[in-house]
Unconditional design. Structure first.
Length: 190
């Protein structure tokens, strides 16, 4: 007669080999001000949380909010990551601020359109800096904003030929220029 391991023994074996993603803690940061979102994300990062995703829009009780989801695994290192949120309603301002942040060691992680109380409709970009990264790449960023998909196609092809990699896109009504497609690309600095 064949012997099978008991359910308890099987459960112990499975728990010993379960992946880290099986034990993830989540935190939602929702606010009407991008400066508050940045502050709360950095406070969460000090406790070991890391950025997972972002969306701007209307929530049932909060109105126009930036909603960010952060996660923490058992291996998380408190304070390893730092965050910067950029919010601008002018393409040239966003391009300049994005590059300044990149020069300070931040990398693109996400973007959304947000209707802020003071700035109107803005593109919000989430940047992350890894405090433990050694010899990290520095990137040059390129922001492409247009109202026509054909123009976006043309500019993306030109950027790709120049070595830029696409990292994100938002579509919506913005103060950058009405109804716009805003793409962000980057390439390693040589």
């Amino acid at each position: 007669m064949r012997s099978y391991p008991s359910f308890l023994a099987l459960a112990l074996v499975l728990s010993a080999v379960s992946p880290a993603w099986a034990q993830v803690d989540y935190l939602t940061v929702a606010t009407t001000k991008t400066s508050t979102a940045e502050k709360e994300m950095n406070e969460a990062a000090a406790d070991g949380f890391r950025f997972a995703g972002v969306m701007g829009g209307e929530t049932a009780f909060g109105g126009a909010e930036v909603v960010t989801v952060m996660h923490r695994t058992p291996e998380a290192v408190p304070g390893r990551y730092a965050y910067r949120l950029l919010a601008a309603n002018r393409t040239s301002t966003m391009q300049r601020e994005l590059q300044q942040a990149a020069d300070a060691g931040y990398e693109y992680r996400g973007q959304t359109i947000f209707n802020s109380l003071f700035g109107g409709r803005e593109v919000v970009v989430i940047l992350e800096r890894d405090g433990q990264a050694e010899g990290r790449l520095t990137f040059d960023y390129l922001l492409v904003a247009t109202s026509k998909t054909s123009t976006l196609q043309k500019e993306l092809k030109q950027a790709g030929a120049a070595g830029y990699e696409f990292v994100g896109l938002t579509v919506g009504q913005t103060a950058l220029g009405g109804s716009e497609l805003v793409a962000i690309l980057r390439k390693p600095r040589s």
